[in-house]
Design a binder for this molecule. Structure first.
Ligand code: M6R
Length: 605
C-alpha cells in the first residue's frame, strides 16, 4: 500500500528516494512519484507504471535535488492517474506526500475553495497541501502543526516548501512514519526498511507527532505542541532484494519455505512456558478468563482456527472478530479478556485501530502474534509472539499464515497447561507433533505435480466451492480466499453441514467442490455431505488423509495427503490449497505476486 520516503542531504538524494520506493514496492501501489525542492518551486516526476519507469524518467531528465519526498500510491480518492499521483503541489510552492485517508476533506475543500484555492486532482491529499500552504508564514514546522489539528482521519505526511530548501516536515496519526538519522543527512519513511543503510538509527513517531528534519538535526513536537525526545533505535542494514532462486514467483517460493519458517518459529524449549510470550506473561495469563482475537483476512482465519484449539485444549472461552467490524461495533468489554491481535505486517490499519479500541474500553491485556518485530502492533501490545516466517513478498499470505497457526497452537497448549488441562504427557506429545511438522510439510509439498494437473482444470472454471468441517472449516475459508485473490475465480467456503441450507442450489456439473477431508471425528459426517454434492452432479476434488480410505471414483477426484496429523492437521491441509490457487493463477496468467487491486500491507481503512 502507500509508501513514503523523504530526505534532506547535501548530495543528490533522488537515487536514495527511488531506492526507498523500490523496497516498498512489494506492498502494492498503482502510481508513484518523487519531488525535489528547487528555488523556483518544487519539481516532480510521476508515473502510473512501476518504480523502474519512474527511475528511468528521473535519469533521462537529469532530475536531481538535495531535499525531496517520494511516494508509492494505492488509490483511495481518485483514480490511479498521473494527475492524482503524489507528490501533490500547492501553488507551486509546497509539495506533499500522504498515506491514509482524510475524512473531513470535503468540508476542508469547500473552505479552501472559498479562500481561492484551485483543486486540480481528485485526491483528499490536495486539501492538506492547500491547508498547510494557507497557514504558512515562513515556518513549515509551525504550519504543519497547525494544519494537522484540523484533519480528521488517518495520515502520515511528508512536506517540503520552496522557501525552506533544506527542510522536510513530517506528521503522523493513524498511519506509521519513522525518522531516520544519518550522518549529516536525515530521512523520513513510512517503514524503516525504505531507509535502512542510509540511516543508521530510526525514531518511531508516536500518534500526533510532527517532526522537522534539517541538515543539522531533527525536532519532534507531540500532539500537545511541546517538543519531545523520542528513543532512537539502531536499524539493521537492508538485507537486499530477496532472490527468487528456482521459483517462478515469490508466492511459490514462500509456499516452499514453510517447513523452514515453521522450524524457525517453534521455540527451542522442551516445555510450553508463558515466558515465550513475554516476561510478565505468566502473571497476565493467570488473571484472564477469556480471549478476544482481532485480525483481518488470512490472519483472521488463523484466529478462527485458533478458537478451536483454545477452547478444546485450553478450555478458555474465545471470540474471534474481524477487526474492521469490531472497531465500530458496540460490544461488551471484558477487562479480564486477553486481546490477541494477529498480523503478518503488524501495520494493518483496521487491526491496529481495533486493538486501540479494545484498549480504550479498558482491556489492557494484549498480545500480538506478528511477523515484524519492529512493527507498530508489537510496540503497542503488552505481550507478543514473533513468527519467524522471514519477509513475505507475495500479496497472498502463505508462510505468514502457517507460522501464525504455530504461534497460536503454542498459546493454546501453554494456556491449557497453566489452567491444568494439559498433562506433562500431552505436552510432550504436542511438542513432538510440532517438531515433526516441517518434515510432514515436505511430504505435502511433494504433491505439487498432482495439484498442477487439477489446476489446469480449475483454470477453466469461474466458480468454486470449498468445504471443510470443524477445525478445517477455516482452512476451507483460507483456500477460497487464496483462489479468489490470485486467480480471480469466484470461490466460497462453507462448513460442509451448511450446504443443504442454501449453497447446494449452486451445485451442478460445472461447479468444482474442493473438500478438505482429514481423518477426524467428523469424517463420516463429511462423507455424507460429499454424497449430497455427488447426487447433484457436482465434481468433488478431495484432499483426503491417507487413513480415510477415500478413493477416486466417478466425479470424485482424490489427492492423498499423509496420515491424519491430529490437532495440527489444518497446517498440513492448507498447503495443497495454497498450491492449487497458485497453479490455477499461473495457468490463467494473472500477476500472482501483485494481484489486481490488492496491496500487501493495508495501512488505510
Ligand atoms: O498483515 P496482516 O496479516 O495484518 O494482513 C491482513 C490481511 O490484509 C492479509 O492477510 C490479506 O488477507 C492477505 N492478502 C491474504 O492473502
Amino acid at each position: 500500500m502507500c509508501g513514503i520516503v523523504g530526505a534532506v542531504a547535501q548530495r543528490n538524494i533522488v537515487p536514495v528516494l527511488i531506492e526507498g520506493l523500490r523496497r516498498l514496492e512489494y506492498r502494492g501501489y498503482d502510481s508513484c512519484g518523487v519531488a525535489v525542492v528547487t528555488s523556483e518551486g518544487p519539481a516532480r516526476v510521476r508515473s502510473v507504471s512501476r518504480v523502474a519507469e519512474l527511475d528511468e524518467q528521473a535519469r533521462e531528465s537529469h532530475f536531481e535535488g538535495v531535499t525531496g519526498i517520494a511516494h508509492t500510491r494505492w488509490a483511495t480518492h481518485g483514480a490511479p492517474t498521473v494527475n492524482n499521483a503524489h507528490p501533490i503541489f500547492s501553488r507551486n510552492a509546497l509539495a506533499i506526500v500522504h498515506n491514509g485517508i482524510i475524512e473531513n476533506y470535503e468540508a476542508l475543500r469547500e473552505a479552501l475553495r472559498a479562500k481561492g484555492y484551485e483543486f486540480v486532482s481528485q485526491t483528499d491529499t490536495e486539501v492538506i497541501a492547500h491547508l498547510i500552504h494557507s497557514l504558512y508564514k515562513g515556518d513549515l514546522f509551525s504550519a504543519v502543526r497547525e494544519a494537522v489539528q484540523q484533519l480528521a482521519g488517518a495520515y502520515a505526511i511528508g512536506v517540503v516548501h520552496k522557501d525552506q530548501p533544506h527542510t522536510v516536515v513530517g506528521a503522523r496519526a493513524g498511519s506509521p512514519l519513522v525518522v531516520g538519522l544519518g550522518s549529516g543527512e536525515n530521512f523520513l519513511a513510512s517503514d524503516a526498511l525504505a531507509i535502512a543503510g542510509s540511516a543508521s538509527h530510526v525514531v518511531y513517531l508516536e500518534e500526533g507527532d510532527v517532526c522537522e528534519l534539517t541538515l543539522e538535526g531533527v525536532r519532534i513536537a507531540e500532539r500537545g505542541g511541546s517538543e519531545v525526545q523520542r528513543e532512537a533505535r539502531e536499524v539493521l542494514a537492508y538485507g537486499g532484494t530477496v532472490e527468487l532462486g528456482p521459483y517462478r514467483h515469490y508466492m511459490q517460493k514462500e509456499i516452499f519455505e514453510q517447513p523452514g519458517a515453521i522450524g524457525n518459529t517453534i521455540p527451542a524449549t522442551d516445555t510450553f512456558e508463558p515466558e515465550l510470550f513475554g516476561a510478565n506473561a505468566r502473571e497476565v495469563f493467570k488473571g484472564i478468563d477469556s480471549i478476544l482475537i482481532l485480525a483481518c483476512g488470512t490472519s483472521y482465519y488463523a484466529g478462527v482456527t485458533a478458537k478451536y484449539w483454545l477452547e478444546s485444549v485450553a478450555k478458555i472461552r474465545t471470540e474471534v472478530e474481524i477487526a474492521s467490524e469490531y472497531r465500530y461495533r458496540e460490544s461488551v468489554p471484558n477487562p479480564r479478556a486477553l486481546v490477541v491481535t494477529i498480523s503478518q505486517s503488524g501495520e494493518t490499519a483496521d487491526t491496529l485501530a481495533a486493538l486501540k479500541h479494545a484498549q480504550s474500553l479498558g482491556m489492557e491485556h494484549t498480545l500480538a502474534v506478528c511477523n515484524v518485530a519492529t512493527s507498530h502492533m508489537v510496540r503497542l501490545t503488552e505481550l507478543n509472539f514473533l513468527t519467524h516466517a522471514g519477509r513475505e513478498i507475495g500479496v497472498a499470505s502463505t508462510k505468514a499464515f502457517t507460522t501464525q497457526l504455530v504461534g497460536l497452537f503454542i498459546l493454546a497448549v501453554t494456556l491449557g497447561k497453566l489452567r491444568g488441562h494439559v498433562s506433562a504427557e500431552q505436552e510432550a506429545q504436542y511438542l513432538k507433533l510440532l517438531r515433526h511438522l516441517p518434515a510432514a510439510l515436505n511430504g505435502v509439498l511433494a504433491l505439487e505435480p498432482q495439484i498442477i494437473a487439477w489446476a489446469d482444470e480449475f483454470a477453466r472454471k469461474e466458480n468454486a466451492l470449498f468445504l471443510g468441517r470443524g477445525l478445517h472449516y477455516p482452512i476451507a475459508l483460507e483456500g477460497a480466499l487464496k483462489l479468489k485473490e490470485i486467480s480471480y475465480i469466484h470461490a466460497e467456503a462453507y462448513p460442509a453441514g451448511e450446504l443443504k441450507h442454501g449453497p447446494l442450489a449452486l451445485v451442478t456439473e460445472a461447479m468444482p467442490v474442493v473438500t478438505v477431508a482429514p481423518n477426524d471425528a467428523l469424517l463420516e459426517k463429511l462423507k455424507s455431505n460429499m454424497q449430497e454434492v455427488r447426487a447433484r452432479g457436482g465434481e468433488l476434488y478431495v484432499f483426503a488423509d491417507a487413513d480415510t480410505h477415500i478413493t477416486s471414483e466417478d466425479g470424485i477426484h482424490v489427492i492423498r495427503m499423509p496420515e491424519h496429523y491430529g490437532l495440527l492437521s489444518p497446517i498440513l491441509h492448507v498447503v495443497p490449497l495454497q498450491l492449487l490457487a497458485y497453479h490455477t493463477a499461473c495457468a490463467r496468467g494473472t500477476d500472482v505476486d501483485k494481484p489486481r487491486n490488492l496491496a500487501k500491507s493495508v495501512t488505510v481503512e
